[in-house]
Design a protein around this ligand. Structure first.
Ligand SMILES: [Zn+2]
Length: 279
């Protein structure tokens, strides 16, 4: 990560007045701020795409088209919500990062391929990661832990117990044998949960994470920082509960530390109604 994208993402969140919010980053408020700077978001149905992007609509996630003093960000609504969210942050990166708006390929659209050698695409991806993880997220907890020379676990517990917004920390680990080695093929289980006063769910110790969950498994097996939307059943809750999860491998032997928040969606997103979230 270059400090440039991180600093610029932070600058935007600060200007939008959302730097002190917990994740997921309130996209609606960021878009509201950017609307004042001429960015206009439009979801499109790829089968009935508007004229400026008709020829590329089916194969891209988004396309950015200047129109007078405004910039239109067309976002493909036929994608899963998590991907739509990433796409919007990526598009915001092209809008906000210096020198991007003038790039002529933006009108032909971008595909959310994280593995790319294209310099500007990589910059927009990094900006997207910083936007989505800030202002809180695991990266912020990591810097909090470094600043106070505390463990990630204690920094996270400290934050959660003070947070106004609903969020929780969940510690997940595989089963170990008597010698402290990870048992082969052991499922991940919840060891414990710490929640903020307004977090409405109890995630029970011993809850077994089903093997079809990718987020926790990826974090545990590949030992990488992982974040994304998740359905509540993976943590023993009702499937209709939508969660935002940000997790890091903690220590060794497959331990995962996760920050969990109820998922919010912008109200003008076409899938909002389908999820039964009106009002
Ligand atoms: Zn792009």
């Amino acid at each position: 990560m270059l400090p440039g994208e991180f600093a610029l993402a932070r600058d935007l969140l600060e200007k939008a007045g959302v730097l002190d919010r917990v994740p997921p980053t309130p996209l609606e408020l960021v878009l509201e701020y950017l609307a004042g700077h001429g960015l206009e978001l439009q979801y499109y149905d790829p089968r009935q795409a508007p004229p400026p992007i008709k020829s590329v609509a089916l194969r891209v996630d988004e396309a950015m088209v200047p129109q007078g003093s405004r910039t239109l960000l067309f976002v493909n609504q036929d994608r899963p919500w998590t991907r739509i969210r990433f796409t919007i942050f990526h598009g915001i990166g092209h809008f906000w990062l210096p020198g991007h708006r003038e790039l002529n390929y933006l009108t032909r659209g971008c595909l959310m391929n994280p593995i790319t050698n294209r310099r500007y695409e990589r910059q927009a991806h990094r900006f997207r990661e910083d936007m989505a993880l800030l202002p809180f997220g695991m990266r912020a907890v990591e810097s909090l832990a470094q600043r106070y020379i505390a463990s990630l676990e204690s920094a996270l517990i400290h934050y959660i117990t003070l947070a106004d917004a609903p969020c929780a920390m969940v510690w997940l680990q595989p089963d170990y044998d008597d010698d402290g080695f990870r048992q082969q093929d052991s499922p991940l289980r919840v060891r414990y949960q710490v929640r903020s006063p307004s977090f409405p769910f109890t995630i029970r110790p011993g809850t077994r994470i089903p093997p079809e969950d990718n987020l926790f498994w990826l974090c545990s097996e590949e030992e990488c920082l992982t974040e994304g939307g998740m359905d509540g059943r993976y943590l023993g809750l009702k499937p209709e509960v939508d969660l935002w999860v940000d997790c890091v491998p903690n220590g060794h032997m497959g331990v995962v530390l996760a920050l969990v928040c109820p998922q919010e969606m912008p109200r003008d997103c076409p899938i909002y109604a389908e999820w039964g979230c009106e009002g």
